[in-house]
Design a protein around this ligand. Structure first.
Ligand code: ATP
Length: 319
């Protein structure tokens, strides 16, 4: 591998910039040429690539979003689009590609790998929904944003003796709700991985208020449904009217935490080194502190296991 490119694709996440910086600087350190592809696979098909130098990634480690921007690209879903993408890279003499994104972006990387471009995927999403990595880039920041929001809600809820339903992101994955719930002491955490009984939730809430609790937080992962529906269901059952907060895209913005910056820096450099070793069609991750590579085929066909121990701990501590 002499020349590589890097792109960010799908939903953005905090730490993508730190990952781009790491890929670019690591590639340059190892004497490779490196190109940044603007706007994901769409930019690739538009031939929107520019050569990067050390300064192209200056002053971005602390920034949310992605300087390379991101996009969703329909044309790249077709075999013709994928072939054209591979041809464009080859014409420019680029033989390796690092794709920073989620599931869909990984599948695109896998297709390019089968067309002879060496590819590496890095998990860039706040959702933490990618298996074979304990954490994705952006997850830690998203969780800290949720915890910070709940701290603020707690202040005002305690003054008014109120309850709150907080809806958080994560798509089909409950990890943001789980980690933020444990860290913020939420009374109830509703995630798509664990069935729940709203009757029980409503009854517990009522009992808690009767026994002197002055506030109650119900954290709802978006994969469960809307916070508004959960709040209405609770009111119908116990008459309590929780306030609903939907945190939305705020969870995807802001400066990445040190954990996300470090993870992104480690994974970006690791992906470059793996490409240089000739690896392709792999996703990079971190498992028990060790950097790992796994076949993308396996990653996209495996459901991320849910941390039931942590869920049970959160339940035990929320009495
Ligand atoms: P996130 O989950 O954070 O939104 P993602 O990577 O899963 O990120 P997608 O919109 O699913 O986001 O995928 C991003 C892009 O990857 C798509 O717009 C498309 O261009 C490409 N892509 C997705 N699925 C495939 C596939 N099966 N084959 C080839 N390319 C794909």
């Amino acid at each position: 591998v002499k020349s590589i490119a890097v792109l960010t694709s799908g939903g953005d996440s905090q730490g993508m910039n730190a990952a781009v910086r790491s890929v670019v600087r690591s590639a340059l350190y190892h004497g490779l040429e490196v190109y940044g592809v603007q706007r994901g696979y769409q930019g690739l098909l538009n031939n929107d690539l520019r050569q990067m130098d050390l300064r192209s990634v200056g002053d971005i480690i602390q920034r949310g979003g992605t300087i390379l921007q991101t996009a969703r690209c329909k044309e790249f879903l077709t075999p013709e689009g994928q072939q054209r993408g591979a041809d464009i890279l080859r014409e420019r003499g680029i033989d390796g590609l690092v794709v920073i994104g989620g599931d869909g972006s990984y599948q695109g990387a896998n297709k390019l790998s089968k067309l002879g471009i060496k590819t590496m995927g890095l998990p860039g999403t706040i959702d933490n929904d990618i298996p074979f990595t304990d954490y994705t880039i952006g997850f830690d920041t998203a969780v800290s944003i949720v915890v910070d929001a709940i701290n603020k809600l707690r202040d005002t809820m305690t003054s008014h003796e109120r309850s709150s339903v907080v809806e958080v992101m994560g798509r089909h994955c409950g990890d943001i709700a789980l980690y933020a719930g444990l860290a913020s002491g939420a009374e109830t955490i509703l995630v798509p991985e664990v069935p729940f009984d709203l009757d029980l939730v409503a009854r517990r809430m009522q009992e808690n208020f009767q026994s002197g609790k002055r506030h109650s937080i119900i954290l709802v992962a978006e994969g469960v449904g809307s916070g508004e529906d959960i709040a209405q269901g609770i009111t119908q059952r116990n008459g309590i009217e929780p306030r609903v907060t939907v945190l939305g895209h705020i969870q995807r913005g802001g400066s990445p935490t040190h954990n996300d910056r470090i993870l992104a820096s480690q994974l970006g450099d690791f992906a470059v080194r793996k490409l240089m070793e000739g690896d392709s069609g792999k996703a990079c991750g971190i498992v028990n502190g060790e950097l790992t590579v796994t076949d993308i085929d396996k990653v996209v066909n495996t459901k991320k296991p849910f941390n039931m121990d942590m869920y049970n701990l959160a339940s035990r501590l929320s009495l």
